[in-house]
Structure formats: C-alpha cells, structure tokens
Ligand binder design. Sequence first.
Ligand code: SF4
Ligand code: SF4
Length: 127
Amino acid sequence: MRHVMEILGIVMKSLVFGSKCKMYPVKPAKFFDATRGHVEIETDKCILCSLCAKKCPTDAITVERQNKIWKIDRMKCIACALCVDVCPKKCLKMANSYSPVGTSRVNEEVFNIAPPAKSPPPAQSKY
Ligand code: SF4
Ligand code: SF4
C-alpha cells in the first residue's frame, strides 16, 4: 500500500509540475562542453597505424590496413576517449553529441581511409 501511495504521489507531482522524464528522441538531448558523445574520425589524416584499436579497452575499433578500412562498433564503445589520446595524427575526437537514433541495429560503422594525397612532382624544365 505504501508503494502505491508513493507512485500516486509521483503521478500527482508530474501532473502538477510536469514530467521529469526527457522525451528523447522526440525532444533533442542537451549536450554540454564535457559531454563525451561519440568518436569521430577525420579519414584523410588517418595512417592506419592501429594504435587506437590496440588501446581500446572494449575492442570497439578494428583497423584493416590491407583494405584501408577503419571500423567502430558503437555498441561496444564506452566513450573513454583512450583512442583519441593515443592517436599520433590527432584524427580522432570525441564529438559532444550522441550518435543519431535508428530503427535498425548497425553493428559497425565502416570508414574508407583514403591514401594521403601525394604532392605533384615538380615541373620539369625543358632547358
Ligand atoms: S572511446 Fe574508448 S571505448 Fe570508445 S572506441 Fe575509443 S578507446 Fe574504444
Ligand atoms: S591511431 Fe589514429 S592514425 Fe592510427 S589508426 Fe587510429 S585513427 Fe588512424
């Protein structure tokens, strides 16, 4: 009976003062400067060194050097930012927003790493 009264009290408070629940994703979540939302990669800077994958405590990152692929399993990522700290090229960052909601489970997000652009050879002089 005590629990019923407690629940009724919460319901009455919500009716009078409004619900404390956030209507995410109908209403967007609030992000703060320190929010560790999700890992983002700048693919043009990555050198496929695998340091991020080796340091990741949950094995969320996979680097396929041969296929020039960098993958992240967002369901495994705990947003610890270790990968960001160790990346020698500073191409990883913690974006302070969460991954967008979806209706199907995406196991891994796959990024193709383009080889670094080569500077054109110096023009040959005819003389
Ligand atoms: S933030 Fe942490 S858990 Fe997520 S991918 Fe980076 S190292 Fe792994
Ligand atoms: S540590 Fe940085 S440069 Fe190395 S594979 Fe990871 S993202 Fe790419």
